[in-house]
Design a binder for this molecule. Sequence first.
Ligand SMILES: *Cc1c(COP(=O)(O)O)cnc(C)c1O
Length: 427
Amino acid sequence: MSKRIYLCLAHMSGEEQKYIQEAFDTNWVVPLGPNVNGFEKDLEEFVNQIPGQAQNDDTLGKRVVALSSGTAAVHLGLLACGVGPGDEVLVQSFTFCASTHPITYLGATPVMIDSEPDTWNMDPGLLEKAIIDRIEKTGKKPKAIVPVALYGMPYKADRIMEIANKYEIPVVEDAAEGFGSKYKGQVLGTFGKFGVLSFNGNKMITTSGGGALICPDAEQWQKIMWYATQARESYPYYHHEAIGYNYRLSNVCAGIGRGQMTVINDHLAHHKHVQALYEELLADVPGIDVHSQPAGGDYDSNFWLCTITVDPSVRIVGQENAYKTIVKGAVGGAAGVIHMADSAHTDCEPNDNVEALRVFLDAAGIEARPVWKPMHKQPVYKDVPAYVNGVSEAIFKVGMCLPAGPCVSDEDVDYIVGKIKEAICLV
Ligand SMILES: *Cc1c(COP(=O)(O)O)cnc(C)c1O
């Protein structure tokens, strides 16, 4: 095997180096500067696209602050919604930990909301039930709502916004995986009060590491900018009246972002093409279902990753050996900084056939991963309130992510599907 196929590997346009060189030539090697401003302008132009209008109409009026990570964006979005010690925040349970951890940074408690089966995202019915129940139990309204565009799939934005507006609770959209996804023609991250984007190495575009917060107006933009730069006052010396953060994006990284913005539309088209190919090639494989978007035209997912479910009845080669050994590296390439597990099992894990398929594909040079483990099943959140319906836990047991990034070719998809068929002895 000559090459390895990764889930979503960064892909450079070639323009990045020009912007980075400019940063060095002009000595803007700091967390502010022309590339940061230029990148923010590119992002504003992109997110402000409104349905049925030319691309450059600024009619949504959103402003963007570029930050050092998507996690920082979640943190500052919540902070600007007034989240503080003793508060509660309603958050989608089926997600990566960066949606929920910042709630705890602020001394608040995440309240986990399960998903609906159509999009795998926040169940609006459970959301409303949780709001009513939290008010009854605590006498206080939750401070914010955080829906997540899992693997790029838009949440039921209309229903969630309707409920949020009814109870007057601000929404911080976690569109970290959903950059460029649209609901009814509108870019995700522009429905709520704030919208989170991530430019980590494996996301739709990268700045190596970075993120952004989409803000509703100039006033909020100013406030986020202030918090992101250590909350400074206008004196000749450092005088502080509030706690700030060092969260601004580096001008060097923003140079990568400007280069990446020249290919975002190509990336979007490619991810959708790869998804369509998987849907076609896996259509006749019994027991394997590709998670597709709801029909009707409201949903326009970026298909950051292709996700499948594997029916428990599917037998995979080597299944009897699943979970017999402890995995040595961490998912996400954090080997060396992770804690070593002392057992191959936890009390909530993917089925044996899913793990066997992961191992089989890995041996064939294909990176595949389980879907996110729901936050309400994480030991670190065992004591927080959760409103569950079994959907995310059930999907976690049968779900799997397949490579879909800009470096994945049609031949790669063919090869991956061939290996899946081999793993279930269909060839
Ligand atoms: C990637 C991601 C983030 C932000 O992560 P960073 O790595 O800090 O940029 C937030 N939420 C979700 C769901 C993500 O996948």
